[in-house]
Design a protein around this ligand. Structure first.
Ligand SMILES: C[S@@+](CC[C@H](N)C(=O)[O-])C[C@H]1O[C@@H](n2cnc3c(N)ncnc32)[C@H](O)[C@@H]1O
Length: 153
């Protein structure tokens, strides 16, 4: 008979992986916010354990955590992503910052090669409310249309 397995048992496995990453993986597998994982006391199913093991192996072989959890943090936002799109880079947050801090407030914004849409989404969420910014965000990749519809829903 297989012994019972709980979150605390998985968090001590794979010592090469930071606990913060294991929490993100479990949060994704259990569809719960990260804060709830540490207090999750139910027994884990065989499927959950298998998924955890497979994602840990992928992480150890170099797959970015963002692709394993389908989430990426960008400018205080939690964006849905998948492997059809490049992971938004931290340096790009500086670009958003420069635009937001500029004295010239953009009214119409066109973003060509929008990828995950991270720049347009961050600007639309953070530009002052009194400015009506119109966005046209385009990308050559048809796969991104599906992804962006999911993000905007
Ligand atoms: C490096 S990614 C940048 C994504 C995003 N702007 C960001 O900073 O995270 C470049 C994007 O440009 C798109 N792209 C490349 N050539 C293009 C073109 N001719 N017209 C529109 N989009 C294009 C690609 O599909 C890709 O999603």
């Amino acid at each position: 008979m297989l012994s019972k397995c709980y979150v605390k048992d998985l968090l001590v496995k794979h010592t090469k992986i930071p606990v913060s990453s294991k929490l993100l993986i479990l949060s994704n597998i259990l569809s719960l916010p990260k804060e709830k994982i540490l207090v999750y006391e139910k027994e884990l199913s065989h499927r959950h354990i298998q998924l955890f093991e497979s994602k840990c192996q992928d992480l150890l072989s170099g797959v970015p955590i963002e692709y394993l959890t389908s989430h990426s943090s960008f400018y205080f936002l939690d964006l849905y992503i998948n492997e059809d799109v490049l992971i938004p880079r931290p340096e790009t947050e500086n670009l958003v910052d420069i635009i937001l801090k500029s004295k010239i407030k953009p009214v119409n914004i066109m973003e060509i090669g929008t990828g995950s849409g991270s720049i347009s989404i961050a600007l639309s969420k953070n530009l002052p409310k009194e400015i009506t910014s119109k966005f046209l965000s385009i990308d050559i990749s048809p796969k991104l249309l599906k992804l962006q519809n999911k993000m905007l829903s």
